[in-house]
Design a protein around this ligand. Structure first.
Ligand SMILES: *Cc1c(COP(=O)(O)O)cnc(C)c1O
Ligand code: SF4
Length: 374
């Protein structure tokens, strides 16, 4: 975990007058977010500036001051900068030719606007298309091409109605964009309506605010909402150990006090975290602050994201490395989301070496062979 010094942001010229109560205020972070790449020139030298500006025109740019402050401005391969600075590869057909705008047909296979009902017992509820940080690797990058807006009341009501009428739905995943960028009142309106549906057992919020704006969870009003509704779970999205700070720890503690479990999904990203030591450190650091690693995703074949793809077996290699070395609590499920909306499939290292008529031969994490009679 990174310990950020008291008022550390004041060492950066442009934020030297920002007071603690502003910096640690989630609304200040969103209001003062950087929305144009050229603002980055206050921090880094923009090499290939024209390429970056051209990319930004297609897939827009955005970051909170806090998330940017975690970057090392001297390092051109910095994992934070790589997640926020546009790259010409995003719009280069050589890299993107096999990619699709909506590879999982979320919009096409949508029973009502904003809902995707892929699995029988759970439904994806896209609450807004706004994010306080626009991640270059976003699997839903098509939202970058739309106007930034939350859904209308009519759209929300149609979504609630569909869920009310489909009793086999047990779980709602509220995603976006980032639903926790919405005002508290709107968040409560959504959670309350879903919570009152008797057949809904779980309301899962997918948000990156814990990573890019942990001050969201310094907000008593939001924490009280979390406390009021028992069905809530929070799934966050850390990709690199550099993203975990003393602020994250405080925020997680605040969330856990409301009875809301916190889990994490990581995306395997070329040049950012496709390394077993980085993933091991990330998983260990998550566990230390009581976030349970849930998924490690193979990078989706989304337009604008394809250049982040690794070899698919890179993830298997990482999982093999983790098993035995790291607590089972820290081992995520490595999974790939199949094109066409056919669902997520786990990819698991094979520990069965052979199956014979009277025995199965296993290998353990150290590659020792063990026979089991059957
Ligand atoms: C990922 C996803 C889910 C949830 O899948 P889990 O394996 O339960 O995490 C549900 N619906 C859609 C459309 C999804 O993409
Ligand atoms: S916060 Fe989530 S939805 Fe928003 S850009 Fe990042 S990955 Fe995409």
């Amino acid at each position: 975990m990174r310990i950020l010094e008291e008022n550390y942001w004041q060492n950066i010229n442009i934020w030297k007058d920002v007071k603690k109560e502003d910096w640690e205020n989630w609304k200040w972070q969103i209001k003062n977010r950087l929305k144009e790449v050229k603002e980055l020139e206050n921090f880094i030298n923009l090499k290939n500036k024209e390429d970056i500006l051209r990319t930004e025109e297609i897939f827009h740019f955005g970051t909170t001051p806090y998330y940017l402050s975690l970057a090392n401005f001297e390092d051109k391969d910095d994992p934070i900068l790589k997640q926020i600075v546009p790259d010409i590869k995003e719009i280069d057909e050589n890299y993107q030719k096999y990619a699709l705008l909506d590879p999982f047909l979320e919009d096409i296979k949508s029973p009502v606007n904003g809902l995707t009902h892929r699995y029988p017992d759970r439904v994806l509820f896209r609450a807004t298309n706004f994010c306080s940080v626009y991640c270059r690797h976003c699997m839903r990058k098509r939202i970058f091409l739309e106007d930034e807006r939350a859904r209308t009341k009519e759209e929300y009501e149609a979504m609630f109605k569909y869920i009310r009428e489909n009793k086999n739905i047990k779980e709602v995943l509220i995603s976006g964009g980032d639903p926790l960028t919405l005002p508290n009142q709107k968040i409560e309106y959504i959670i309350k309506n879903l919570s009152e549906i008797e057949h809904i057992d779980i309301i899962r919020i997918g948000s990156r605010e814990l990573v890019v704006n942990p001050f969201r969870f310094f907000d008593e009003e939001l924490l009280e909402i979390f406390d009021r509704y028992d069905k809530l779970w929070l799934i966050t999205h850390f990709n690199h150990p550099n993203e975990i700070t003393n602020y994250t720890k405080i925020a997680v503690k605040n969330i856990l006090k409301t009875g809301t479990p916190v889990l994490n999904q990581t995306v395997l990203l070329k040049g950012i975290n496709d390394d077993k030591y980085i993933i091991e450190k990330l998983m260990r650091d998550l566990l230390k602050i009581k976030i349970k690693p849930y998924y490690l995703f193979y990078c989706d074949p989304t337009k604008g994201v394809y250049h982040f793809r690794t070899d698919i077996f890179k993830g298997v290699e990482i999982l093999e490395y983790l098993r035995g070395r790291l607590s089972g609590l820290g081992i995520p499920t490595y999974a790939i989301d199949l094109k066409g909306g056919l669902g997520k499939v786990p990819i698991i290292p094979n520990y069965i070496v052979s199956i014979e008529s009277d025995k199965i031969i296993f290998r353990n994490y150290e590659n020792k062979l063990v026979e089991l009679e059957i």
